[in-house]
Design a binder for this molecule. Structure first.
Ligand code: NAD
Length: 260
């Protein structure tokens, strides 16, 4: 379905981003992955995409807090893959703290990585997409783009910000064959979430099952985690020609969280 297309996915060395990259590759797209982490593990993930799906997979180590590195990443993707047809802004971090104790450096990093990086990538890819009159921009927002939770001020502000950026960009390019949408996952079972479970169980003196049920899934009516494959399946649809009239949308994949 995506043969001949190329996709750039930020924050795709693990979790949801890696699932997006693999799902696009499974449809025949060449991909550039990006993110932090252990070099050997990243190289293994990159190679696995090539061997599993027979596409080209490249890796950029660009830091999403650095606008010059973001610009260079997009130019590298354009020169090595020929073009960027699909851009997914997915890199993200979290910090949980009351506002009056929130570290300023954490606020700045979350706004830079979870919000501003998407402005910088879009700014760099849009001229090419406009010239070709085809493009798909998919932003990983969150249920926290639609509702708030206490102690997540920077994350909720950044995710509400990405919702506004999504709608604004969609309007600007609506007549140019380019769509811009945001996926809003609830709790997704990623290594990031998995790692929190034993520590939270210890801190609260409850079982790991109780952490999942009473802490993490308290807001999610299905009482099940969303999977990375379910999030990626929506991204594949948004990248398809079938979704050409969907733009400026904020699409929950949250087990009913934001319906409550
Ligand atoms: P993850 O930690 O597995 O993935 C985050 C990715 O971002 C990693 O590849 C990491 O290396 C990358 N990254 C972090 N800082 C970076 C930087 N400075 N420069 C470049 N890359 C950087 O987490 P995930 O759960 O897969 O999260 C992916 C996205 O999904 C995030 O935007 C997150 O806010 C969003 N999201 C996650 C959940 C969830 O429950 N897991 C729910 C809603 C939204």
């Amino acid at each position: 379905m995506l043969k001949g297309k190329s996709a750039l996915v930020t924050g795709s060395t693990s979790g949801i981003g890696l699932a997006y990259a693999r799902a696009f590759a499974a449809q025949g797209a060449d991909v550039m992955i990006n993110g932090l982490g252990d070099a050997a593990q990243i190289e293994a993930a990159r190679q696995a995409i090539e061997t599993d799906f027979g596409v080209r997979a490249l890796y950029s180590a660009a830091d999403m807090t650095q606008p010059d590195q973001i610009e260079a990443m997009v130019r590298e993707a354009e020169s090595t893959l020929g073009k960027v047809d699909i851009l997914v802004n997915n890199a993200g971090i979290q910090h949980v703290s009351p506002i009056d104790e929130f570290p300023i450096d954490k606020w700045n990093a979350i706004i830079a990585i979870n919000l501003s990086s998407a402005f910088h990538t879009m700014r760099a890819v849009l001229p090419g997409m406009k010239a070709r009159r085809w493009g798909r921009i998919i932003n990983t927002a969150s249920a926290h783009a639609l509702v708030a939770s206490p102690y997540k001020s920077a994350y909720v502000a950044a995710k509400h910000g990405i919702a506004g950026l999504t709608k604004t960009a969609a309007l600007e390019v609506a007549q140019l064959g380019i769509t811009v949408n945001a996926i809003c996952p609830g709790y997704v079972w990623t290594p990031l979430v998995e790692r929190q479970v034993p520590d939270t169980a210890k801190a609260r003196g409850i079982s790991e099952e109780a952490v999942k049920r009473d802490v993490l899934l308290a807001a999610q009516p299905t009482k099940e985690f969303v999977t990375v494959e379910e999030v990626a399946a929506l991204a594949v649809f948004l990248a398809s020609d079938g979704a050409r009239s969907m733009t400026g949308t904020l699409l929950p994949v949250d087990g009913g969280w934001t319906a409550a």
